[in-house]
Design a protein around this ligand. Structure first.
Ligand code: HEC
Length: 176
C-alpha cells in the first residue's frame, strides 16, 4: 500500500515536468535538486539525492557513462549516463550501454519500475542487480536521471553474433 501511494505521488510529480525547458541548464538543476534548495526540476529533492548516490555506488556510470571507469570517475556530472559507443562483444553478439538520460525521458515512473523489475537484458548489463533493488531505490534512480535531463545521442543498436561492430569493443571469451 505504501509503495502504491509513493508511486502515485511519483507519477504525478513526473507528469508536471517539462524537460525541454531546462535542457541547457543541467548543472544548476542538478545542484538545486540534490541540495533540495529548489523544486525547479519538479522532482522530489530527497529522492534525487538518493538516486545520485545509488547511481554512483551501484556502478551504473561504469558502463553507461563514456570514459568513466578509465578516468577514475572524473567525468562531469552533466555527461553521466549518456550511453556509450564502446561495445561489449561475446557469444550474445555486441551490446551497447543505452543512453539512460534519453531512456527515462520517455517513461513514467510506473513504466520505469515495470522495465527495471522485469528486464532481462543481454550481458554485461547486471539486470539481476536491478531486480534486487527496492522499488524506492529504483524510483530514486529514476528521479535522479530525470533531474539530469535528456541529452546526447542514442547508443549504437545491438548487433547479433557474427556481425562485425564498426566501433571499438571489449571482447569477452567464448568467441573467435
Ligand atoms: C557492466 C556494464 C553495465 C553496468 C554496470 C550497468 N549497465 Fe545497464 N546496460 C548495459 C548494457 C550493455 C545494456 C544493453 C543491454 C542489451 O542490449 O540487451 C544495458 C541496458 C540497460 C537498461 C535497458 C534494459 C532493457 O531491458 O531495455 C537499463 C534500464 C539499464 N541498463 C540500467 C542500468 C542501471 C540503473 C545500472 C546501475 C544500477 C546499470 N544499468 C549498470 C551495461 C551495464
Amino acid at each position: 500500500m505504501k509503495s502504491k501511494l509513493w508511486l502515485g505521488a511519483a507519477a504525478v510529480a513526473a507528469h508536471f515536468c517539462v524537460w525541454q525547458a531546462f535542457a541547457s541548464d543541467a548543472p544548476t538543476r542538478i545542484a538545486a535538486a540534490v541540495t533540495g534548495e529548489s523544486t525547479v526540476s519538479g522532482e522530489p529533492a530527497g529522492h534525487v539525492a538518493r538516486g545520485r548516490y545509488l547511481v554512483q555506488v551501484a556502478g551504473c556510470n561504469d558502463c553507461h557513462t563514456p570514459g568513466y571507469a578509465g578516468q577514475a570517475g572524473k567525468v562531469p556530472e552533466q555527461d553521466w549516463l549518456t550511453g556509450d559507443a564502446l561495445g561489449w562483444t561475446g557469444p550474445w553478439g555486441t551490446t551497447y550501454p543505452i543512453n539512460l538520460r534519453l531512456f527515462v525521458a520517455d517513461l513514467t515512473a510506473g513504466q520505469w519500475l515495470t522495465v527495471t523489475r522485469n528486464a532481462v537484458a543481454r550481458p554485461p548489463m547486471p539486470w539481476f542487480n536491478l531486480h534486487a533493488m527496492s522499488d524506492e531505490d529504483l524510483l530514486a534512480i529514476y528521479h535522479y536521471v530525470r533531474a539530469l535531463g535528456p541529452t546526447g545521442q542514442p547508443a549504437p543498436a545491438y548487433l547479433p553474433p557474427g556481425v562485425a561492430a564498426a566501433t571499438p569493443v571489449v571482447r569477452f571469451p567464448g568467441i573467435e
